[in-house]
Design a protein around this ligand. Structure first.
Ligand code: ZN
Length: 472
């Protein structure tokens, strides 16, 4: 099937220009003016932007947590992602002590097989860095295309790893060409504060935020940076929520330490006061790190603008308010952590970022797509509009006014944390490798059409100068 997207404005991380985009065999084969072919289907993008499909580097689909499982799986989650203009996700594959890395991956392949409607990869959790794990690590990099590893510094007695594990993972990643990612919060301190709050009879959702202070995030961020510097390695810090962490990252980068930072839409537009909503509704906003005092939002926006934070993840991890968040009605520490964000990630950054003049249009593309593709070994097949790249494309109307709501979203969850928010701009049609997944705001994709992607080693795709050299 040959298709030509006509009359749109192509936007990449570097350029904005009027051009037609020719798609053949799932790949962009030409970009130029007045492209024609007798047998090609014409897609009119007049008045619209033509963006590279969004890449969400931070999702948790079909994930068990606190005795329950996220409502969105790889089918509903990727359909919602596509509606929101995302064409690739990288999900976190969890593991347990004593388990082989490969068996953890098998579990995640089983969850995603025949379900995803867009392409996907996995980051792999490291809970312990013993000899077995360290021996297997280069194999999963080479053979499975897993080139990023996640270490949790929080969730004591659950996901949390010790500093030795983080340090040895950093060293191994440097040696074998991978990127280490951390959830940076001091789990030991938080564990103490949570127990103390509960012992004092403080059980409401707001205590989730009060027992995870910004200092706990700042401390862990600084510690992870120091260990990275000591290991002469590279580090990506997920879901940066506050000034304490953002400043540590900016300072490290100014010293030349290879640190990357991600934030999420929820930290840019919501704040800690949401956890105080009456009738237990604060539970809808319980995730970690928690929402912060509102002044942190400006710090994060400025960090995005200045390039001190480089990516936007959703940290999608959806639980119903009724029946799931309610598990913590009498004890905030039992509220499953996470929120449904995957669908609105791109649109919120466009509306609040580009439309309000906080970031440029090209920065928006870099933050929602290109930079993640470069850091996680997907570029230049994904993350840009260029000849030879996969035709993962979003046709986006920048002028549509709409209201975000659980009534209209496509996530399989009973609330939307951005309920009632007025935004401007909307994905109209979304293509994955040249095939429509969303067409004129209707889902036309097929579960199972999304492919697992083996990703290139860290640093490799960042250095890819042109599509031509990459294709050889
Ligand atoms: Zn997460």
């Amino acid at each position: 099937m040959r298709r030509i997207i006509k009359n749109g404005t192509v936007v990449t991380a570097a350029d904005t220009y009027k051009a037609d985009v020719f798609i053949e065999n799932g790949v962009i084969s030409q970009i130029g003016a007045n492209l024609t072919a007798p047998d090609a289907e014409i897609i009119d993008a007049d008045g619209c932007y033509v963006f590279p499909g969004g890449i969400d580097p931070h999702t948790h689909l079909d994930m068990p947590f606190g005795g329950t499982t996220t409502r969105d799986d790889f089918e509903t989650g990727t359909i919602a992602a596509a509606f929101g203009g995302t064409t690739t996700i990288i999900d976190f594959c969890l593991t347990n002590k004593g388990k082989t890395l490969r068996s953890a991956l098998e579990t995640w392949h089983a969850k995603s097989k025949n379900k995803a409607v867009i392409d996907y990869g996995f980051h792999l959790q490291i809970v312990e860095a013993n000899e077995n794990v360290l021996n297997e690590l280069p194999q999963v990099i080479e053979e499975e295309g897993i080139t990023s590893f996640k270490v949790f510094m929080a969730y004591k007695n659950q996901f949390q790893a010790d500093d030795e594990t983080l340090f040895r993972t950093l060293i191994a990643a440097k040696e074998h060409g991978a990127l280490v990612m951390v959830h940076a919060e001091n789990g030991d301190v938080i564990d103490y504060l949570v127990k103390k709050a509960l012992a004092d009879g403080n059980t409401d959702p707001i205590y989730h935020a009060l027992t995870r202070p910004p200092e706990a995030e700042g401390e862990a961020t600084g510690r992870a940076i120091t260990l990275t510097d000591l290991a002469d390695s590279q580090l990506y810090i997920v879901h940066v929520s506050c000034a304490e962490a953002a400043r540590k990252i900016a300072e490290a980068r100014s010293k030349g330490i290879e640190i990357w930072g991600e934030t999420c839409p929820q930290y840019l537009v919501l704040d800690q006061s949401y956890l105080e909503k009456p009738h237990f509704e604060g539970a809808k906003y319980v995730w970690s790190p928690p929402l912060r005092e509102k002044w942190n939002q400006d710090v994060l926006w400025n960090a995005l603008k200045a390039g001190e934070l480089q990516t936007l993840g959703s940290d999608q991890c959806s639980f119903d308010f009724i029946g799931q968040k309610e598990l913590g009605r009498d004890d905030f520490s039992k509220i499953p952590n996470g929120g449904p964000i995957i669908e609105d990630r791109v649109s919120i950054l466009f509306s609040e970022g580009v439309k309000k003049g906080r970031i440029s249009l090209n920065q928006f593309v870099d933050l929602t797509s290109t930079r993640a593709a470069k850091l996680f070994g997907l570029y230049p097949k994904k993350g840009t509009i260029a000849v030879g790249a996969d035709a993962d494309i979003v046709i986006f109307n920048p002028d549509t006014e709409r209201v975000l709501s659980a009534e209209t979203h496509h996530m399989a969850v009973d609330y939307n944390p951005f309920e009632g928010m007025q935004i401007t701009g909307e994905p109209v049609s979304v293509l994955s490798r040249g095939e429509f997944v969303i067409r004129e705001k209707q889902f036309v994709g097929k579960p199972g059409s999304g492919q697992y992607i083996k990703r290139a080693k860290y640093g490799k795709s960042q250095q890819a100068k042109t599509i031509e050299t990459a294709a050889k």
